[in-house]
Ligand binder design. Structure first.
Ligand code: ZN
Ligand code: ZN
Length: 420
């Protein structure tokens, strides 16, 4: 299909109760994984990110709240559905299936309870491209798309060499991009996303593109550090090329990132399973860390958010009360309180939701965390302290937009509806 073939140009779609104008020029939404406020600004100050500098000055620069738990999957799904997890159902990487008592990965598209914007925009005539760094997100993000040349593609840099027309709507990705498939633990995994995005925009000019990176760099390096500046400089170059092709660009993050170590550089962990075992008896309560995923090397499965399943005899209020008295704990909430406060699906939470303070993380048992892969002092996320994220557009917010609490899942609203 050529870029000029007939399709709806004026018009709109309604997805999950929100209204979106169809794009007049290609609209690219980028989720920069773990982009704590400060990364972009420091790179700009050091002269490494001129495109970002211009966007901050002449476009729209807001601070938004991400979804808590401040994890990757819940937030990516919020961005592409425009709604919180109470609507889309994805509230972590893992939950405990109440029927089987087993920890289940929430990667499978069957766990997604609503449609993303992509199939709706596709039905309205838009061509769609979805590119993620890690393959774990691809199934969820691409759900419901009719894939194929001239229609839509959905692939990851991790498995770029395995992309085939039937499953990804595209093939021979490394040849198209001109780069080899990068290591899953590398900055290159994210660079491949941008390189592929630029090549696809040149070749196919999709109407809607979603790019989602990995937080490998942010887990290791703080804002302003040389490696972080290099990473944002890399991104800056590709974003400038997308803008030169006439794209509206919206950038946000799935969550922020903070140091989570003591002054000696050791991870500052509260081992929650060990603690509830002391209080309630060994193995009676069950602590689940929804940050756990198959790629734990860079954070050792340690984040600032945990859920606890209690034995029937235990009082949730009592355990929450004891937890709240610990200086490491920012919040300990019942299932209902957490579901309401953070807009989460109650049926996929434990009896308690526990959040640690800015520089602390929650573990299960000391014996169950392999921290040998941590090359640098731990940086991680998951809590309220990682809720602030950038929301940036290379176009100006239209005059008269009323003040609001911005969320990262307003990214498509901003890019399609709210900028001049
Ligand atoms: Zn993330
Ligand atoms: Zn992470």
């Amino acid at each position: 299909m050529s870029p000029d073939s007939a399709r709806a140009i004026d018009g709109e779609v309604i997805v999950n109760g929100r209204r979106y104008r169809l794009p007049r020029q290609p609209t690219v939404v980028v989720c920069i994984d773990g982009s704590e406020p400060g990364y972009i600004e420091r790179a700009v100050e050091m002269g490494r990110a001129p495109w970002f500098g211009k966007a901050l000055e002449t476009g729209t620069s807001l601070i938004a709240d991400c979804v808590v738990p401040s994890f990757t999957n819940p937030n990516n799904l919020s961005i592409v559905t425009g709604r919180p997890p109470s609507v889309h159902g994805i509230c972590g990487n893992y939950f405990l299936d109440p029927e089987t008592g087993r920890e289940v990965m929430m990667n499978d598209p069957e766990f997604l309870r609503v449609e993303t914007l992509f199939p709706a925009l596709q039905r309205a005539g838009c061509r769609i491209a979805v590119i993620t760094a890690k393959d774990k997100l691809r199934g969820l993000l691409g759900k419901g798309l009719s894939l194929g040349p001239g229609k839509a593609c959905s692939f990851s840099s991790e498995k770029a060499d395995q992309a085939i027309l039937a499953e990804n709507g595209i093939a021979d990705v490394p040849a198209l991009v001109g780069l080899p498939v990068p290591d899953v633990y590398s900055a290159g995994l994210s660079e491949f996303v941008f390189a592929a995005g630029v090549r696809l925009m040149e070749r196919d000019r999709p109407d809607i593109m979603y790019l989602s990176t990995t937080d490998y760099i942010q887990h290791k390096y703080a804002p302003g550090s040389a490696a972080a500046n290099d990473f944002y400089a890399m991104m800056d170059g590709y974003l400038a090329r997308l803008e030169a092709m006439g794209c509206t660009l919206v950038l946000t993050a799935d969550h922020g990132m903070n140091d989570k170590h003591d002054p000696d550089g050791r991870p500052d962990v509260l081992y929650l399973q060990d603690l509830v075992d002391q209080w309630l008896g060994a193995g009676r309560a069950r602590v689940i860390l929804p940050i756990t995923d198959p790629y734990v090397v860079h954070h050792g499965a340690l984040g600032s958010f945990a859920v606890v399943y209690l034995p029937q005899a235990a009082s949730a209020d009592e355990v929450a009360g004891k937890l709240k008295r610990l200086p490491a704990i920012e919040a300990a909430l019942s299932r209902e309180e957490a579901a309401q406060r953070f807009e989460l699906p109650a049926d996929r939470l434990g009896d308690l939701v526990v959040i640690s303070t800015r520089h602390k993380v929650l573990g299960t048992s000391a014996s169950r965390h392999d921290l040998s892969g941590l090359g640098e002092p731990l940086r991680s996320h998951g809590g309220l302290s990682e809720q602030k994220v950038p929301l940036i557009c290379n176009r100006k917010l239209a005059a008269g937009a009323p003040p609001r609490r911005w969320r990262n899942f307003d990214a498509f609203d901003l890019g399609l509806n709210l900028v001049a």
